[in-house]
Design a protein around this ligand. Structure first.
Ligand SMILES: Nc1ncnc2c1ncn2[C@@H]1O[C@H](COP(=O)(O)OP(=O)(O)O)[C@@H](O)[C@H]1O
Ligand SMILES: [Mg+2]
Length: 387
């Protein structure tokens, strides 16, 4: 899930991790796997789930990814698994019926347990699931090149395209109100008025920043209510390291499907730009290092629109740039709210960390405001193939 780490996520202590490694064989044996398990290794740099690569013998047999689901965040595991199963089945069926049409794109499959369900509830209260491992793939934390941004845009665009004929409203809303700006602003304002941590006085400038922009931030929800943009199946965690690349640096899959639920495609596009086209880290202290990288923005947008032009309507296309501002605003708002509330939600590593994160998001948003016309022109040029 997203790099913003809720405080409820407690990584195992070394002791616990050790005990867990010993139990992994037993957990793996609960699933209906092919081949013999050769070894189990920690996998990836994700913040939310604990992931392990299960390597099987012989070498030609399918390998697997075992994940301990973070059930503090995803409290309804059956609904979570149901969403993932439905979306992966739908996409896999399409990929099978039209082999060769999608340039080697793959989507993982959930593995059934011996009991016939798709997750295992262990005696210690944890929930586990098993995916097929996408062979010869790797994820990257940083968008290194324009080509990677282009490929990333294609991958998320293709994911949305392949799921675009599903009835999104039939999926569970796994994190209710995730992007609901009215609720986020109401929570923020009530915390500002209560000032539980005594921090409001030092954050007047940031609070004013939020209030100055709040009116336009209702736009996407309003467009939805007016029926101008449809609900889609959306990924909701379009961070770069959820894209898998093959050795030739072609994007071949997207993973981290916990937050797949009904939403607006604009949320996915906006968050990919917020996280993938910024020149600074999400919590960059030196604000002068933060800017929007227009070359990466253009490359991602070209890749995305190459796949998404078939299903995007004009209103969606016209609001792509706005969606990057919106996602940057709402994440900054959530960091600031948590700071004012005494740091209860996001895990912080030093005093004032959430305020620093909020400031970094606000700077990025200002840069997007500054380059807004150029960003719109880039989308326009791609849409009409003038690039
Ligand atoms: N099915 C898979 N095939 C190959 N690699 C995977 C697969 N699922 C996850 N990974 C790798 O493991 C990492 C962490 O998994 P992810 O589902 O993104 O967990 P988190 O929610 O903790 O980010 C990914 O970034 C990717 O590198
Ligand atoms: Mg991830």
């Amino acid at each position: 899930m997203c790099p913003i780490v809720p405080i409820v996520v407690k990584k195992n202590s070394k002791q616990k991790a050790h005990t867990q490694m010993n139990n992994l064989d037993n957990i793996v044996s609960q699933f209906n796997t092919e081949g013999w398990v050769q070894r189990i290794e920690p996998l990836g740099s994700g913040h939310i789930n604990d992931s392990y690569l299960v390597i099987t013998h012989p070498d030609t047999a399918q390998d697997y990814v075992l994940q301990r689901i973070n059930h503090h965040i995803f409290t309804n595991v059956p609904e979570l698994i149901s969403n993932i199963l439905r979306v992966t089945n739908h996409i896999n069926a399409k990929l099978q019926h039209q082999p060769g049409d999608f340039n080697g794109f793959e989507i993982t499959r959930l593995i059934r347990t011996n009991e016939g369900t798709y997750y295992f509830h262990s005696q210690d209260g944890n929930y586990w699931r098993m995916y097929t491992h996408i062979r010869n793939s790797q994820s990257y934390d940083i968008v290194g090149t324009k080509n990677m941004a282009f490929e990333g845009g294609k991958a998320f665009g293709l994911f949305q395209h392949l799921a675009s004929d599903m009835d999104a409203s039939s999926l569970y809303e796994i994190l209710p109100g995730f992007h609901n700006i009215a609720i986020r602003l109401a929570t923020f304002r009530s915390i500002v008025s209560e000032d539980p941590a005594g921090r409001v006085k030092q954050a007047r400038e940031e609070i004013a920043f939020i209030e100055a922009r709040c009116a336009e931030m209702h736009t996407i929800v309003q467009l939805g209510e007016q029926g101008l943009i449809p609900l889609h199946v959306t990924h909701n965690d379009t961070k770069f390291n959820n894209i898998l690349f093959n050795p030739g640096m072609k994007a071949i899959s997207v993973v981290d499907l916990d937050t797949v639920m009904p939403g607006y495609v604009l949320f996915d596009f906006g968050d990919a730009i917020r996280t993938g086209a910024s020149t600074g880290k999400e919590d960059e202290a030196d604000l002068s290092r933060i800017n929007i990288d227009l070359a990466l923005f253009k490359a991602y947008s070209r890749g995305y629109l190459a796949m998404a032009h078939n299903f995007l309507n004009d209103t969606e296309t016209r609001h792509l740039v706005f969606s990057a501002k919106f996602m940057t605003y709402i994440i900054g708002l959530r960091f600031l709210t948590d700071h004012l509330n005494g740091d209860h939600y996001f895990k912080t590593y030093f005093p004032g960390h959430n305020l620093q994160r909020a400031r970094a998001q606000f700077r990025l948003l200002q840069c997007m405001e500054h380059h807004y016309a150029e960003m719109q022109e880039i989308i326009h040029a791609i849409t009409y193939q003038k690039h």
